[in-house]
Write a protein that binds this ligand. Structure first.
Ligand code: SF4
Length: 304
């Protein structure tokens, strides 16, 4: 089957079965084209909660499907490809953080949304890359334990010098692939281009950037900017989407290695099999875990 035919089949089945398809912005173009909603993980989980459909398919990674389930327990939530994990979300577990909390009892534990639902159960508040500075700035406690991304945590610490932010050794292997060598090379090749990067990048990379923001913020910035050339320092799909949406502007990768293999494991054929009922994995969370994990998401909504 050709891509177009497969897309039409998916759209037909999705209408017949009343299914909502979510696609993270790091998914391939042929998947975002057939999705009801495309965006970042938290935005997608809110969109799914508001959608009328009772069945939701997440084309993204496992923690994203879990976040959808936390906010929409009454819905049947599928992860389109069960192999789609997130190396950063899996770097720390509940037992490790419980031990760290014993050593630092007077710290507020803040977790990035890129964490498992189990890990969220032992955290006080959750943040996204776009809300981290705002939410941590509002917390009354000066002492913050930020997990798991050391790079995002370092960026927040720089923006909020009055806070005492403790970090552990975690991070996104995709964004950690780029350093100053890639920045110098891209800037030499494209001296007029603005450098837009994700806060999951190394501190020296974010310090060299013209703009630091979430994937949604990077896309908005590039679309609204009067500049015509941009070096994109996040997953390569964002560059592809921007090229389609702003054909008159030029986008260059900070590195061609900025590919998240976890995100790319999901194919259009996986989405087809999932809609057809022969693929995907139904996400199940026990109610105690779901309710405890929801507390730190609710706190994020309240503060954000
Ligand atoms: S880009 Fe990094 S944080 Fe995002 S899903 Fe891939 S490994 Fe996880």
């Amino acid at each position: 089957m050709q891509i177009k035919e497969l897309q039409e089949e998916i759209l037909k089945l999705k209408r017949e079965k009343d299914i909502c398809i979510l696609a993270h912005s790091y998914q391939a173009r042929e998947i975002t084209e057939i999705a009801d909603f495309t965006g970042d993980s938290f935005g997608l989980s809110v969109a799914a909660a508001r959608a009328p459909q009772k069945t939701v398919i997440m084309c993204g990674v496992r923690f994203m499907a879990e976040t959808v389930k936390i906010l929409s327990p009454e819905k049947k939530v599928y992860l389109a490809n069960p192999l789609a994990g997130c190396q950063m979300a899996d770097q720390m577990d509940k037992q490790l953080i419980e031990q760290v909390k014993e050593r630092y009892p007077d710290y507020t534990v803040v977790c990035y949304i890129n964490t498992t639902s189990e890990l969220k159960t032992v955290c006080d508040v959750c943040v996204t890359s776009s809300s981290a500075v705002k939410i941590i700035g509002k917390l009354p406690n000066k002492n913050i334990l930020f997990i798991p991304d050391k790079q995002l945590g370092a960026y927040v610490a720089k923006m909020l010098p009055d806070k005492n932010i403790k970090l552990l050794q975690g991070g996104c292997p995709t964004h950690l692939r780029v350093g100053m060598r890639e920045v110098r090379k891209a800037k030499t090749l494209h001296p007029e281009a603005l450098l837009l990067v994700h806060p999951e990048c190394r501190p020296e990379v974010t310090e060299s950037a013209d703009f630091v923001g979430s994937t949604t913020a990077i896309m908005d910035y590039a679309k609204k900017s009067c500049a015509r050339e941009f070096i994109i320092g996040t997953e390569l799909s964002i560059l592809n989407h921007l090229q389609y949406e702003c054909a008159e502007k030029d986008f260059y990768p900070l590195s061609i290695d900025l590919v998240c293999h976890n995100m790319k494991v999901t194919t259009l054929a996986d989405v087809y099999n999932c809609v057809k009922g022969t693929g995907g994995e139904v996400i199940e969370l026990d109610e105690e875990t779901r309710l405890k994990a929801k507390i730190c998401i609710d706190r994020m909504i309240e503060l954000g």
